[in-house]
Ligand binder design. Sequence first.
Ligand SMILES: Cc1cc2nc3c(=O)[nH]c(=O)nc-3n(C[C@H](O)[C@H](O)[C@H](O)COP(=O)(O)OP(=O)(O)OC[C@H]3O[C@@H](n4cnc5c(N)ncnc54)[C@H](O)[C@@H]3O)c2cc1C
Length: 225
Amino acid sequence: MTDQYRPASSRVSVKRGADRAVYDPAEVHAILEAGHIAHVGVETDNGPIVLPMAYGVSTSETGDEVLIHGSVANAMLRAGRDLDVCVTVTIVDGLVVARTPFHNSMNYRSVVVRGTATAITDADDKVAALQIINDHIAPIWDTARPPSESDLNRTLVLALPLTEASAKVRSGDPVDEDIDLDGPHWAGVVPLTTTWGTPTNAADLRSAPPVPSAVAALAGLDAHA
Ligand SMILES: Cc1cc2nc3c(=O)[nH]c(=O)nc-3n(C[C@H](O)[C@H](O)[C@H](O)COP(=O)(O)OP(=O)(O)OC[C@H]3O[C@@H](n4cnc5c(N)ncnc54)[C@H](O)[C@@H]3O)c2cc1C
């Protein structure tokens, strides 16, 4: 184990590659902060389903939570209420190319969160949760048009305690077998980095508002450039 923290339960204890497991809440938060897509797994009446979704993380004295949202018509979110669900966030940092495909791998940072999802029904809590999720997508909540009551009524927000969580981190070279080290085959890492491009105006932008500074900042631009 790479840190002094222990898994919160046996079911979030990484078995294979346990030396890559991380249970430090600060590292779990850092990966969730850096990630963009959560894969949400729910068992439904017509079988298990895993869907990619936006997410956010709330922090409070009563406990940190992973937040997901969608239409009240979203079948998976509706099914997930009060059920044990799983949320996984993955960041790929590179391809790991070994001397034999058997040892090919990826460098990554991933987090798995398991627990009971509950719907946030209190109006103020729901707005606060939506701000967190949306600011994790694009931090414009404070500068854009606020959601209407109708927007809020059409949105279901689920919260999952960030208690039973594990992270797994792989970095570095391929792990090849000794017999291959003097052989003719290449081995190494192809790094993968993700960057935001220059924002483009929507085709139907009628007035000429500047790109919000928080959006421009994603691409490392000055808002009025
Ligand atoms: C991009 C990527 C590609 C991968 N490709 C493969 C592949 O092709 N084949 C393969 O066998 N494995 C792959 N893995 C690793 C895989 O996610 C599992 O870690 C591994 O298969 C088995 O772990 P386990 O036996 O401990 O899992 P289990 O015993 O099934 O899981 C026990 C607990 O360990 C924790 N855990 C397991 N995996 C992770 C993880 N990745 N991140 C955080 N927590 C975790 C969870 O809390 C889980 O509840 C990949 C991982 C990533 C991120």
